[in-house]
Ligand binder design. Structure first.
Ligand SMILES: [Fe+2]
Ligand SMILES: [Fe+2]
Length: 180
C-alpha cells in the first residue's frame, strides 16, 4: 500500500478548511518540530508528522465582540477531541492504515490537557513528541494560530518534509522501526 503523503492530506478539502482555520503556518512548523523530535526519540516520524500537522484540526475560534476570548475557550473548548475524530475520518478516507490512523488520532486527542479536569496525562512516546512539538511553536496569547504563510511556500515545505520522511524511513527500514 502506498504511503498517504502530507500533500495528499493537505490537498483534501477537510484539511484545506480546518487546518487553515487553526493556522497553516503553525501546523507546518509543528510538523517540522515533530520530525526532529521523532528521530531523536526513535518514534515513527511518519505518524508523528501527520499527527503534528493535523493536531489543531478541531480548533474553533472562540470570539466575543470580534476578540479572542480565553475564558470562553477554557470553559468550552474540546478541540483535541473534535480534532482527533476529524483527523481520523480524513485519514481513513485517504486510505491510511487503520492502526496508524488510530495512533495519530490518539496523539491528537492527547496533545493538550487543557480540556481535562486533571492535568496529569502519562503520554506514550509518539503522543509526547506531538505535544512538545506543539509547545515549541506556541507563542504567548495564541498568536501562533494567526501567523501567515503563502500557499506556494506551504506546499514546498510539505513536499520537502514528505521527501525527508520517505528517505528516513528507507534508511531505517533495516533496523525495523515498527509502525508505532
Ligand atoms: Fe491545540
Ligand atoms: Fe497547536
Amino acid at each position: 500500500m502506498s504511503r498517504v503523503s502530507l500533500m495528499n492530506i493537505y490537498n483534501h478539502h477537510i484539511a484545506q478548511k480546518y487546518v487553515k482555520r487553526a493556522g497553516l503556518a503553525h501546523a507546518i512548523s509543528t510538523a517540522y518540530h515533530a520530525f526532529r523530535f521523532a528521530k531523536e526519540r526513535g518514534v515513527n516520524p511518519d505518524l508523528a508528522v501527520k499527527a503534528a500537522f493535523l493536531h489543531d484540526i478541531g480548533h474553533y475560534t472562540w470570539y466575543k465582540n470580534g476578540q479572542w476570548d480565553y475564558d470562553l475557550y477554557k470553559e468550552n473548548d474540546i478541540h483535541a477531541i473534535k480534532g482527533a475524530e476529524r483527523a481520523h475520518k480524513l485519514l481513513i478516507r485517504l486510505g491510511e492504515n487503520p492502526v496508524a490512523a488510530k495512533e495519530i488520532a490518539l496523539a491528537i486527542l492527547l496533545h493538550t490537557d487543557s480540556y481535562l479536569p486533571q492535568r496529569d496525562i502519562a503520554r506514550k512516546p509518539l503522543q509526547e513528541v506531538v505535544a512538545i512539538a506543539d509547545e515549541q511553536d506556541e507563542e504567548p496569547g495564541g498568536t501562533h494560530h494567526y501567523r501567515e504563510i503563502s500557499e506556494e511556500k506551504a506546499k514546498k515545505m510539505l513536499e520537502k518534509l514528505d521527501d525527508k520522511i520517505v528517505k528516513y524511513m528507507q534508511i531505517s527500514k533495516d533496523d525495523t522501526h515498527p509502525i508505532l
